[in-house]
Design a protein around this ligand. Structure first.
Ligand code: ADP
Ligand code: ADP
Length: 228
């Protein structure tokens, strides 16, 4: 469970990106933050794993303030899928997927098994794709690797910041299906950021609309369709 308690973030130049933001994301929930560019979605996400810290307020994970976790605990137990595809170009697909499991000192055999399983989950044949470098993959394939890399060490929480922004409509739709399948199979807590309402309605358990740094409305897709 993630709880934002009165979170405000003002950047050094005086921009208040997040303004008295309150929200609880339940365990196993697929929660989407939606809103126009600049409304504070990315800033909100980055405060969960302490890529940045709030100026005021407290964020809790399972009732413990994030400031009381070590940075390693946060980075290793929270998967993060970035807007820009950020695979390491000099590492193979397999090595990219195994970055965090390797840091966690997983056994080779366990990492191999996990890598194969994840590639299968997103429809990429391990025997073909494991040894490839990111430069030898299409944009959609790279983004898929970005998603499964965030899941590799089986984190409880996965943050996804517009993971489809670089994709063509077909790859986008396929990856939406893949992620929803993953969500039902493994019940992660997912915080998803998009500015695409159709995408939010299709994928989420709950959608929260942000405007100028605060939440203005939250509801299930059904509720939001009834009272837009
Ligand atoms: P979104 O993800 O919804 O597009 P962001 O969280 O990226 O919104 O940005 C929210 C606001 O904070 C915007 O006005 C943006 O220009 C500003 N902002 C983001 N990062 C910084 C920064 N490092 N320094 C100053 N202002 C920033
Ligand atoms: P840095 O030292 O650059 O702040 P980290 O030590 O947090 O980065 O992680 C090293 C790299 O491993 C990151 O650049 C990121 O791409 C990747 N990484 C970190 N955490 C995760 C995660 N939970 N899932 C997948 N990849 C991760």
């Amino acid at each position: 469970m993630i709880t934002f308690e009165d979170i405000t973030k003002t950047y050094p130049d005086g921009t208040t990106a997040v303004d008295r933001f309150n929200l609880t994301v339940e365990k196993g929930e697929f929660m989407t933050l939606i809103g126009p560019s600049g409304c504070g979605k990315t800033t909100t996400m980055k405060m969960i794993n302490r890529l940045i810290d709030p100026s005021a307020g407290t964020i809790y994970i399972d009732d413990k303030p994030v400031s009381e976790y070590s940075i390693h605990e946060l980075r290793w137990n929270i998967g993060y899928v970035l807007q820009q595809i950020a695979l390491f170009p000099h590492l193979t697909v397999q090595e990219n997927i195994q970055v965090v499991p390797d840091l966690l000192k997983w056994k080779k055999s366990k990492m191999q098994k996990r890598t194969d399983e994840l590639l299968d989950m997103v429809g990429l044949d391990p025997s073909i794709f494991k040894k490839r470098y990111p430069g030898e993959l299409s944009g959609g394939q790279q983004q898929r690797i970005g998603v499964i890399r965030a899941l590799a060490a089986d984190p409880d929480i996965v943050l996804m910041d517009e993971p489809f922004s670089a994709l063509d409509p077909l790859s986008r739709e396929q990856l939406q299906i893949d992620i929803n399948k993953l969500q039902t199979e493994i019940k992660k807590t997912i915080v998803f950021v998009t500015h695409d309402m159709d995408e939010a309605l299709k994928m989420s358990d709950r959608i929260c609309l942000m405007k100028e740094g605060s939440v203005v409305q939250c509801g299930s897709p059904e509720q939001l369709m009834k009272h837009p």
